[in-house]
Design a protein around this ligand. Structure first.
Ligand code: SF4
Ligand code: SF4
Length: 124
């Protein structure tokens, strides 16, 4: 599936950027899910760990003047991923709380869908 995604450019490190916002999540339009990092610039020290680490989805880009990351492609973010937040040394990255994702799971009946997939593969 990722092979089919359009290439939309390169980031400041020359990495190829694909438009992951075109890939639905559990059948839900990715752009209807507000899951992505927000940078608290009062805390960010510009270490670059988030920007460099998010190498596949390339959610961040780099502001060369301010020497800080920017969330350039929010809907490229993997839904429910928090890797960059865990790596940030100063806790400058914020995400929606757990309740937000639980609401999406409930509204879209994902538990029933998961059960069906497991059943169809004779796993339950
Ligand atoms: S949460 Fe994961 S996918 Fe999203 S920006 Fe951070 S490292 Fe990238
Ligand atoms: S990991 Fe944290 S401190 Fe480092 S650049 Fe990213 S947001 Fe800023």
């Amino acid at each position: 599936m990722s092979e089919d995604l359009p290439i939309i450019g390169k980031d400041a490190l020359g990495r190829v950027i694909k438009d992951w916002s075109k890939k639905p999540w559990w059948g839900i339009d990715r752009k209807k899910i507000e899951w992505y990092p927000k940078i608290n610039y009062d805390k960010c020290i510009g270490c670059g760990l988030c920007f460099i680490t998010c190498a596949n989805r390339v959610v961040f880009d780099w502001d060369k003047e301010k020497k800080k990351p920017v969330v350039a492609r929010p809907y490229n973010c993997v839904v429910a991923c928090t890797t960059c937040k865990k790596l940030c040394p100063v806790d400058a990255l914020e995400f929606p709380d757990k309740e937000y994702m639980q609401k999406i799971i409930k509204e879209n009946k994902l538990l029933a869908k998961a059960k069906e997939i497991l059943k169809n593969h004779n796993l339950i």
